[in-house]
Each structure stands twice: as C-alpha cells, then as structure tokens.
Design a protein around this ligand. Structure first.
Ligand code: PLP
Length: 420
C-alpha cells in the first residue's frame, strides 16, 4: 500500500466518503502519455483518461506552450456584452464548423454541468420567446448523469445523486433508459405542448456505461422532431473522438438542436465546456432585439482556456485521434469480452468507441455492495487505473493508447477479478 499518501487532508474530494479517505489518499504527482505516476514514482496506466477527458494523453507540451503564449499576450478577459477576444472567436468558429448542427452558435462555459444547466435554461427560455411559456418539462433517461449543478442534478437519473437536497427543479421527469416507446408514452401523458426538451447522453457514462440499444437514439430523435420537442445530446463524455466523430453523435447520424460538451475539448488541460446551439434555438436571441440570455459564468470565453482547446483540437486533428478511437474500439471491446466468462463478471458493456465497463456478477455484489470499488483498488495495485461505478468498473483510456497497453489493462482487470 506504499502508493497511498498517508496524511490527514483538508481537501474535500467530490463524491468521496471523506471518513474513509481523509487519512489515506492516492496522490498522483506526474503524468506522461498514457501513464500517471504516484509520489513514490510508481507508474500506472491511465485507463480512464482522468475523468473521461484526457483524449490526447498527458504531457502535451504543445498545449502547455500555447497556453503560456496566450497568458503572456492576454492572460484573461471576459466576453460579456460586446467584449470578445481572438482565441474565443477562433474556437467558436472552429467548433461551429465541426458540429453536426445547422447554423451553430457556441456558448462557452467552464465545464459539463454548467453546459447542461445552460442548455436546459436556454430550452425553456426559447419556448417563452416562442409564446409558449407552458413548455417547461424537461425529460431525460433513467441512469442519466448530467452533472451536479441545479438543472443537471434535477434531470439526472441516478437517484443517490438527488437524495437529501430537498425539492429539485420542477417539471423534470425520467423515461426508460433504453426504450424509445417510454419517451412516447411520457409525451402522450404530459402533452407535447408542455415539454421543452429531451436530454440524452449518446453513450451513458457515470450511470453505468450503457451504449444505446440499436436504433434507440435515432428513434428518440425522430419522436422529438415529430412533437417539436428540442433534442439535446449531452456529449460531455462522448465528444472529441471518444466514440469517433467530433461531437459524439455523428455515428448515429443525429443532428440535435443542442449539444453540450466539455472534457475532451481541452483533453482536460484546462476547464472548459460549452453548448452548441442550433440556429433555430438561437434565432429569437440573435435576431430579435430585447432578448438577452441573462446567464453566463465569469470565465466564459476565457482566452487562455480557449488557447488550450485550440491546441488540443490541432492535436486531435493532426493525429486523427477520432479515427483512432474507431480503430481501437474493437480491440478494446474484444479484450473486455474475454473477461465475460470470469465467475466474478455479470456483464461486459462497450463496443462504442473507447468506452467500456465490466459489471460484477449479482452474487459478488450481493455479498459486498462495495465490490466495484474493491476491484478498482485491486486493479490499481496492479498498475492500472479504472473507474468504479455502482456495480461496475469503467475504462476510457486516452485515444493514444497502444493495443499492447489495452492488453495490459485487460490483464490487470483479470487479476483484479480473481482477487475480488
Ligand atoms: N454530463 C455528462 C454526460 C457527464 O459525464 C458529466 C461529467 O462527467 C457532466 C455532464 C458534468 O460535467 P462537469 O463534471 O464538467 O460539470
């Protein structure tokens, strides 16, 4: 256990049971490529790309240099009202050009949760400006994760993340995770003319790593279009090559009304998120006077953060990393599937980009509901980082990972499974 950092911390870790980690933490001190190093210098394969974000891998001096150059030129400035700056303009143009959305506008935030809240508020306000203020309901899927801000907490489908916070944002409702008919039924029950938007992650991440059932995303997009309900893709995990394509929706031929993004847009080097807003939703705000969107974080359009994103996009493009994720999808999935008949495994999920999960068998989880966290630690002791979810561990390596490193990851999982 020498990799653990023994010291009473003052740092409150998100989502952690601090009573368990306050004296013993895993301290990551350095990173390079697909590897991270603890304070003793021991290395670990970053099988999760941080929190699903480090698509270009660690140690990209090109991003560091671009940020340093930008900081020397214009370290920080805001973009409220009529103020702008060159990197924010360039980034918005570039993202709008890549997005599978008609006449795209780009609203920048500092992360995924803020982007979800931005899109949800925008959806409701759009309908107000259409003279339809009763269109307030926001639908989403069971098991969805849309961040921990107000709207995102309310439309999330992981109940534990809502418990104890009192009354959440009203007029939010979950539908079945996989069944498009459940969305249709909810629309019939609530009434399409009272619904603003439907939010969906293309591949559900934190709620358990569920790729969409064949035809599901196409079906819900069609149902939304039939009922004039805004379709919002939450591509915070799926964007920037993670499932191939730039915005995590291209492989299903989707053209959402809005797309939320974050994480891979900077490969996590600096905090950035945003919303791609289709021309239709933007129209009342951009063309009709007197409709400002009274919403926005201080650091929207931060020039140094935008510089990090531009340098990261250069790398993703030059090294064709979205296509690489496509090419490695099969080796990763086959590697994980080789664990499917292990007695401790209940189900293997994935096969959609560089995302996968190994869910533990029901008897293992019945004997120890914390088995996924135990598996994660057993795998980490073998030099590989995976992410514990409620019943599974998830993997999402940097898009630069080599096939031999995928083999290492699978081998460490196999040995970890033997241990749990
Ligand atoms: N939406 C999805 C699909 C996510 O996976 C996440 C984070 O994992 C978020 C939103 C929230 O993003 P952030 O943690 O940057 O606020």
């Amino acid at each position: 256990m020498s990799s653990l950092h023994q010291r009473e911390t003052s740092l409150w870790h998100p989502f952690a049971d601090m009573s368990a980690v306050r004296d013993e933490q895993f301290c990551v001190a350095r990173a390079e490529g697909v590897w991270v190093y603890d304070q003793q210098g021991r290395r670990y394969l970053d099988g999760t790309a941080g929190l699903w974000y480090c698509n270009a891998g660690h140690g990209r001096t090109e991003i560091v240099d671009a940020v340093a150059r930008q900081m020397r030129e214009l370290d920080t400035y805001f973009v409220f009202n009529d103020v702008t700056n060159p990197p924010a303009e360039q980034l918005a143009d570039r993202l709008a050009g890549l997005a599978p959305v008609d006449d795209a506008k780009i609203f920048l935030t500092t992360g995924g949760g803020e982007s979800v809240d931005t899109a949800a508020k925008l959806a409701r306000l759009y309908w107000v400006h259409q003279g339809r203020p009763e269109r307030t309901h926001i639908l989403s899927r069971g098991n969805a994760y849309h961040g921990t801000n107000g709207m995102g907490t309310s439309i999330g489908g992981i109940e534990a993340n809502q418990a104890g916070f009192g009354r959440l944002v009203p007029d939010t409702e979950r539908v079945d995770r996989d069944d498009a008919e459940s969305l249709r039924e909810a629309i019939e029950r609530i009434g399409a003319d009272r619904i603003a938007a439907f939010f969906a992650e293309p591949v559900m991440g934190a709620g358990g790593l569920y790729p969409p059932k064949p035809g599901y995303l196409e079906a819900v997009a069609k149902i939304c279009a039939e009922h004039d309900i805004l379709f919002v893709a939450d591509s915070v995990i799926c964007g920037f090559g993670r499932v191939g394509g730039w915005f995590g929706v291209e492989r299903w031929g989707l053209r959402p009304d809005m797309i939320t993004f974050a994480k891979g847009v900077t490969s996590g080097y600096l905090p950035l998120g945003g919303v791609v807003v289709g021309g239709r939703v933007a129209e009342p705000f951009w063309r009709q006077p007197g409709h400002p969107f009274r919403h926005g974080p201080t650091y929207s359009g931060h020039p140094s953060v935008a510089a990090a994103a531009l340098a990261n996009l250069d790398i993703l493009e030059r090294e064709e990393l979205p296509a690489r994720a496509d090419a490695l999808e099969r080796p990763l999935h086959e590697g994980l599937l080789s664990l499917a008949d292990h007695p401790a495994v209940g189900e293997v999920r994935g096969g959609t980009g560089l995302l996968g999960a190994v869910e533990l068998a029901p008897d293992v989880l019945a004997a120890d509901p914390g088995a996924a966290a135990r598996l994660q630690r057993a795998v980490r002791d073998r030099g590989v980082i995976v992410r514990p979810l409620a019943k599974a561990v998830a993997v999402s390596p940097p898009l630069t990972v080599a096939e031999s490193e995928i083999d290492l990851l699978v081998q460490a999982l196999r040995e970890g499974l033997d241990e749990v």
